[in-house]
Design a protein around this ligand. Structure first.
Ligand code: ADP
Ligand code: MG
Length: 322
């Protein structure tokens, strides 16, 4: 069944429920949002393009989940509480089955994080989706890339590298058993943004970023923004048992330059390590201490024997990567 643009919006995206942040939602020319007293808005957009960020075969529920998850991950990195989001969608056709599944995946994750769809745009065209998220944090308390200080410890949440391992299986460069592939594929297609951890780290972490393009490059952004350097123990980077069973070179590629991890890298003063662990435990997220911020610029990667690694790894760049 084919639908018109306004039927599609009304049927799949407009919902009757209200949200305290949204005074006027879908249906007028603008959404009208209600800021909470003492809070700043934090706003971020992420676009997903078919063939670039996802494969044409991905299930619509998972595509919707990922599109919102990568945006929520940016709010997580800043320690923000999700409030409202906007969805700009280009669809080759208004297919009811596809839209129903897409909306189901979208609202399952949105409801889990208490974030309301407050508007967007819908057009015909090659499949492409852009979500803009808005969150709040107490004025002056957002976690930024620029706050790392010499002597701070560097932490990472969860595990790195499974999404890249899944991508390599899709590309045909690696093979896994069916069960292992399903597990790493979930990391790639339905990542869990670390929203609770980001909020719990406000007032504890000195800087944070989410890992979207790869650990080395994303930590590099923190170092650059903060005007510092770091030493990291490469083998301390957390990884799943499935990745740990792979050759070391592949483990390093996936953990250090994998991309699509949506974990948080954050720094905190060494005397806040207990507070970091308590915050992580309170939101049932594992965290691993992997290195230290230093004055000498640049990132020094060490192997388990304390020898310097020169891997020449580069993070994903849309204009430079193959
Ligand atoms: P306008 O032409 O004034 O820009 P539209 O006709 O594009 O408005 O959209 C009508 C309403 O539907 C607006 O409130 C808009 O925010 C909302 N909307 C359009 N597409 C989407 C979408 N994909 N998801 C959520 N809301 C949408
Ligand atoms: Mg208008």
């Amino acid at each position: 069944m084919s639908l018109g643009e306004f039927d599609l919006i009304r049927r799949y995206f407009r919902r009757p429920d209200s949200h305290e942040a949204v005074a006027v939602g879908i249906g007028d020319d603008c959404a009208v949002l209600r800021p909470s007293p003492g809070q700043h808005w934090l706003v971020s957009s992420d676009m997903l393009v078919e063939g670039r960020h996802f494969l044409s075969t991905v299930a619509p529920e998972r595509l919707a989940h990922k599109a919102l998850a990568v945006n929520l991950s940016d709010l997580a990195a800043c320690g923000a509480t999700p409030r409202a989001f906007f969805l700009a969608l280009a669809l080759p056709r208004a297919d009811a089955v596809w839209c129903e599944a897409f909306a189901r995946g979208l609202f399952a994750l949105a409801d889990a994080h208490g974030i309301a769809l407050a508007g967007g745009d819908t057009t015909a065209g090659p499949l492409n989706l852009c979500i803009t998220v808005m969150g709040e944090a107490p004025a002056g308390q957002a976690l930024l890339r620029s706050g790392a200080r010499v002597g701070d410890e560097i932490w990472v949440s969860g595990e790195l590298g499974d999404a890249r391992l899944a991508l390599e299986v899709f590309r045909g460069t690696q093979a896994l058993s069916g069960a292992d592939f399903e597990q790493v594929r979930q990391a790639m297609e339905t990542p869990s943004p670390r929203v609770a951890l980001g909020q719990a780290l406000r007032g504890i972490a000195s800087a944070a970023i989410d890992v979207s393009d790869g650990f080395v490059g994303d930590l590099g952004h923190v170092l650059q923004a903060s005007g510092v350097g770091a030493t990291v123990e490469a083998e301390a980077l957390p990884r799943s048992p499935i990745l740990r069973a792979q050759p070391l070179a592949l483990q390093r590629l996936c953990t250090l330059a994998g991309g699509d991890d949506y974990e948080l890298i954050f720094t905190a003063p060494a005397d806040r390590a207990e507070a970091v662990r308590a915050a992580a435990q309170a939101c049932q997220t594992t965290v691993t201490r992997i290195g230290r911020i230093e004055a000498a610029p640049g990132l020094r990667l060490m192997d388990a024997q304390g020898q310097r690694l020169e891997l020449g790894l580069r993070s994903f760049d849309h204009f430079l990567s193959p």
